[in-house]
Design a protein around this ligand. Structure first.
Ligand SMILES: [Zn+2]
Length: 93
């Protein structure tokens, strides 16, 4: 687990797989909030959006190949495709 150099809290990955500190981002957001700056919504979204963590899992090679083929047909990265399958399955209990 990587920690923030500033506050020591856990770092998370954003949607571009870049590490960031939600706590420091939230503080910065509050300190620099300017309603006239229409980028505030984008900044707020980053702070509150679901966080991700990298994990390592072993998958059946045939499942990986099937996922790659189906993701290719949809023109999306296969890891995004797998994340979507897991997310939907978990949401449906
Ligand atoms: Zn921090």
């Amino acid at each position: 687990m990587k920690k923030c150099d500033i506050c020591g809290n856990e770092l998370f990955y954003d949607e571009n797989d870049k590490l960031f500190c939600p706590d420091c981002e939230a503080n910065e957001f509050l300190e620099t909030f300017d309603e006239a700056d229409d980028r505030w919504l984008e900044k707020a979204h980053k702070v509150v959006m679901p966080k991700t963590k990298p994990i390592t899992i072993r998958l059946n090679v045939y499942d990986i190949e099937k996922a790659k083929a189906q993701a290719l047909a949809l023109s999306i990265p296969y890891q995004t495709f797998l994340k979507d399958i897991i997310h939907k399955k978990l949401a449906n209990g």
